[in-house]
Design a protein around this ligand. Structure first.
Ligand SMILES: [Ca+2]
Ligand SMILES: [Ca+2]
Ligand SMILES: [Ca+2]
Length: 177
């Protein structure tokens, strides 16, 4: 399990180190937010687009503060690994999860066509296609994430899925890969 976790955090580091310079900083998070907005075909100046960008920047500010670096500072792979391990995997429903939720919620809004605040199978298909997950995986993942089996993915179920992914319990990276 630990290997899967480290491997996923390493992948997450490469993903968030958008410009590949070996450090994660605010501009990397901004670029990743922009990439997600574009992948969903949203305008980054629209309210939905702004919400995604704000959520990514807020995540960065939180992680930087927790790591003890200023907002304009940066984290190397080792620092990032340590802070992500603590804040994502070990924190449960508190801490980083509180900051992670707006990001998930803003991403949810990008594909919530019927506007009910939940993700149905068709909307989930749009979500996973935008982040580049293959179809058989998507259908399997929907059932896995839909913990109460009501045919809809709630924000709670999605937040749990992001943690499960980082803990190596789920194979679909909902926030991109
Ligand atoms: Ca970077
Ligand atoms: Ca919906
Ligand atoms: Ca559900």
């Amino acid at each position: 399990m630990l290997d899967v976790r480290s491997e996923r955090l390493a992948r997450r580091f490469r993903l968030w180190d958008t410009d590949g310079n070996g450090h994660v900083d605010r501009s990397d998070f901004e670029a990743e937010g922009r990439r997600i907005i574009a992948a969903f075909g949203e305008d980054e100046r629209s309210p939905r687009g702004r919400a995604v960008l704000d959520a990514y920047l807020t995540m960065w500010d939180y992680l930087a503060a927790k790591a003890g670096v200023p907002p304009e500072g940066s984290l190397n792979a080792k620092q990032f690994d340590r802070i992500a391990q603590t804040e994502i995997i070990l924190m449960g429903n508190t801490g980083f999860s509180t900051v992670l939720r707006p990001t998930i919620s803003a991403t949810l809004d990008l594909c919530d066509v019927d506007g009910d605040g939940q993700v149905n199978p068709a909307e989930f298909k749009c979500w996973v296609e935008a982040i580049g997950v293959t179809k058989p995986h998507a259908e399997e993942a929907f059932d896995q994430i839909d913990a109460d089996h009501d045919g809809q993915l709630s924000i709670d179920e999605l937040a749990q899925a992001v943690r499960d992914y980082h803990a190596g319990l789920l194979d679909v990276p909902l926030l991109g890969r």
